[in-house]
Design a binder for this molecule. Sequence first.
Ligand code: UD1
Length: 457
Amino acid sequence: MSAIKTESLIIRGENNVEMQKFVINGGNPLKGDIWVSGAKNSAVAILPAVLLLDVPCIIENVPDISDVKICLKILKGLGADVRPIGDKGDTYWISCKKVSDYYVPYEEAKKMRASYYFLGALLGRCGNAWAAMPGGCPLGARPIDQHLKAFEILGAKQIISDKASDIVELHAEQLQGDVISMDVVSVGATMNAILAAVKAKGTTIIENAAKEPHIVDLANFLNYMGARIKGAGTDTIKIKGVDKLAGNAGEGSAVDYRYPVVPDQIEAGTFMIAAAVTRGDVFIKGVIPKHLEAITAKLRDAGVNVEELEDEDTVHVFVKENVLFQPVNIKTEPYPGFPTDMQPQMAVLLTLADGQSTITENVWEDRFRYVKELAKMSAKIDITQNGALVHGSANLQGADVEACDLRAGAAMIIAGLAANGQTSITDIRHIERGYADIAGKLRGIGADIAKISPEKD
Ligand code: UD1
């Protein structure tokens, strides 16, 4: 196997972003310790939530990913004072005292899905919000009707100046708590309802709420700062509105309010599968094993050993010699079900299993764009009505493939690590939206992976 001699070609910085790629020489069993960063889906909600605070705060364990950079840019654009602190690059001191604007810059909102959290946070802060319809991964129709329904129930009026416009503009004289019964279980709509309700008058009840760990994390953060949210993590969340979010010591105190973002369950799951497909032996550190239960259960069914070391915030993943991966049927569901964000990565493991597996995708309608890329690597997967049939026993071969979206890109990396020969992955900007230094982290446990960019002229 040829080592990649690419250090001189790696350009750090934002030049040639479109041309950057990951090159992987597959076949190395991953071994050692790997650390998980803070959760993307938590950080992208907690950072906008800082707009609701009446005191500065420090957010720790913030992942170094492009979606977070966009959030921080939007905050600064709105007038927030954002200062990186410490030497780990994952901690920010943020004060929103001088924020007087409520226009989220159009270009930034279009770059990521989570920009919609600025709608709830700005509405909760000042009763006004203006943003473009959010962008993000192409996973099929991504409506925000439940977000808008929640805002309207709380008393916001949506202004549509032009039917063709993709701008959401909201105004409320006074947000008033009420019962919000979600028609579908939505992570984003539940978070946005919390953001808008936390300073509303009276009590809000969110029924049919999503239960993801990042929803609990957002509620924990807001409660730490003085909110009164109960039931996060169940399907009914009760919020008593408060006038101020100024922590226990109150405004003007010298207390440093510090809150660490919860570990990223999807990044952890991605490393678990990378360890499995390479028949490695990896300790995935800084995790909450409970959040990984659905992934752990399916990996065990497939013949992978997973030990939960609760006291050490670690899961240990390894594959015994001569074990053949077993086929497993996967159905994606809201938490605590199997996460849709792990479906493409799991599909790679299933291409190696000894038999046929089925995947049923219940959350997103267009989450199989990665199938044609995996086919280039000799995987055999048939798309079915709302899922896929994965034929096992593939002998994955390195190929030139594309990261169609964030998790599809993670699946390409996993496939490249398991394949014979060299895999080159383009469009890695999708991957960098959600994984902090994934190549560096994987190199640390023995992967032969490099990020390459053509030299500047
Ligand atoms: C979040 C995650 C995303 C993950 C998804 C499911 C962020 C920024 N993104 O996305 O990575 O894949 O959860 O775990 O946190 N729906 C509606 N109307 C709405 C909202 C959603 O019909 O107003 C539907 C969607 O079409 C989808 C389902 O509800 O079928 C789930 O969507 P939702 O949980 O809202 O996903 P996001 O919050 O966008």
